[in-house]
Design a protein around this ligand. Structure first.
Ligand code: MN
Ligand code: MN
Length: 461
């Protein structure tokens, strides 16, 4: 009877029972690199920059549309400093299609408004407008750091970075003390912290010798002017982002987990990068996409819906006299975005049989979306079969990953935008606990398997 079960039933294995000593050591070594990346790549711009810095160390160079391209050549193309496409040229013609892994490098956060600075009752604040799907109550009474870029009147830009260095100050949004929160505590969770109360405390000292209104605001503006040469009007042409200031750390007494902000989706982005960095002379051209703006619907010039991707791949195709549409038609894409890991503390929103679990490997999702698969890519049986085969041939431990119970909620990825381009696409990514929170958890073994999965895709036939 048990033989028949072994033969007929689908069984999953915990990675602790799969990985030998060497596999565990490789996982730990990979995760050290990932943690270093996550510590540096705090925003989409910083992720873009760090990915390029590492790429150049691995022999990649900026793509020049007018220069010839050889098989094995490693190139990258930055789109406005926020989206990045990298490729290792294959031996085959682009007419045979390319292997694509597509992740995103933007994460939920608090953006500063365009006129953020004000003073109220002798405290100076920055006003924020949240970006992506946050739970507002997560963001109060938490250390924040500020990153971004200001475009000045003379056309130059200045980068802002406060809080990352341990000697820097950090920033905080206040919440009510419980003693005075009786009414607030009766509010539904979504209404307890209104968006317009997500105001960041910037200072409390008036400028020495000043008089009248806004003396604290003046002092803050003076300090910013001394540090960055900016005036209040310059905020209008700035992108400034507040992100959690908590360090990336091992988590759990067994150190099996990684705690850190922005793992959706930089955990998959780094897996793609590290796999591509190590790709030498592939048969098919390997393409890594790190898109921006996924968290607000993949819209705009740096997003997966932008023509930026066609322009880059089209340039490559032109060099070989291949029609872009024919390259796309024969291409294969894994949309590498995180999966919701089954949370034993909140089992009621998951359907365990079809959920991803920590330490069971990279999660494949045939579809995402909400309410009847709406807004999903819904990969075909054949594409699911292909990804299963690729992973099996390359020792990738994977599992199935549906996002929660049907009609409990939902979410999407960039997969449909690649599918819409006539590229056979499937979703696969790392399971995450507390996704979209300021401190997300992943299992190291799953991070490592995601990297192995991306490697397998880049080398597939
Ligand atoms: Mn994501
Ligand atoms: Mn997300």
């Amino acid at each position: 009877m048990s033989e028949l079960k072994d033969k007929l039933f689908y069984k999953q294995k915990h990675l602790q029972d799969v990985l030998d000593e060497a596999g565990r050591a490789a996982s730990e070594a990979y995760c050290d690199k990932y943690k270093a990346f996550l510590s540096t790549a705090r925003t989409e711009r910083l992720a873009n920059r760090e990915a390029i810095r590492l790429a150049e160390a691995y022999g990649f160079h900026a793509f020049d549309r007018n220069a010839p391209l050889k098989p094995g050549e490693k190139i990258y193309h930055s789109v406005h400093g926020k989206m990045l496409v990298l490729a290792v040229m294959g031996r085959q013609s682009l007419a045979e299609g390319v292997n694509i892994c597509a992740a995103h490098i933007d994460s939920p956060r608090l953006d500063l408004k365009q006129l953020p600075l004000y003073e109220s009752n002798e405290v100076a604040y920055f006003k924020t407008h949240y970006y992506g799907g946050i739970r507002k109550y997560h963001w109060v009474t938490m250390p924040l750091e500020l990153h971004g870029t200001v475009s000045l009147a003379d056309g130059s830009t200045v980068d802002v970075n406060i809080g990352r260095d341990e000697s820097d100050p950090v920033f905080v949004i206040t919440d009510l003390l419980p003693h005075l929160a009786y009414k607030q505590s009766e509010q539904p969770l979504a209404k307890g912290i209104p968006a317009e109360k997500l105001n960041i405390v910037m200072g409390s000292l008036p400028l020495d010798g000043s008089e009248g209104a806004d003396r604290v605001k003046l002092n803050v503006m003076k300090l910013l002017n001394e540090k960055y040469g900016i005036t209040e009007e310059d905020f209008l042409s700035a992108e400034l982002e507040a992100v959690p200031n908590m360090p990336v750390r091992d988590s759990g007494i067994d150190r099996s987990l990684i705690a850190g902000y922005g793992q959706d989706d930089r955990v998959c982005a780094f897996a793609e990068l590290q796999a591509l960095y190590e790709t030498e002379d592939p048969e098919k051209t390997a393409v890594c996409i790190l898109a921006d703006k996924e968290e607000i619907g993949s819209v705009g010039v740096t997003s997966m819906q932008s023509q930026a991707f066609e322009t880059f791949l089209g340039d490559l195709c032109d060099k070989q006299g291949v029609k872009l549409a024919h390259c796309l038609e024969r291409s294969f894409c894994v949309s590498a975005d995180v999966a919701a890991a089954f949370d034993p503390t909140w089992p009621e929103v998951f359907e365990l049989r079809n959920s991803a679990k920590l330490n069971y490997g990279v999660g494949i999702a045939k579809y995402t979306g909400r309410g009847g698969k709406s807004g999903s890519n819904d990969a075909s049986a054949e594409v699911m079969g292909k990804v299963r085969r690729i992973f099996a041939e390359n020792g990738v431990t994977w599992q199935y990953a549906e996002l929660g119970r049907v009609d409990e909620g939902g979410g999407g990825t960039v997969a449909l935008y690649l599918g819409n381009r006539n590229i056979a696409t499937v979703d696969a990514g790392t399971p995450v606990l507390a996704m979209h929170s300021p401190y997300e958890l992943t299992a190291k073994y799953d991070c490592y398997m995601t990297y192995k999965a991306m490697k397998a895709v880049y080398s597939s036939k």
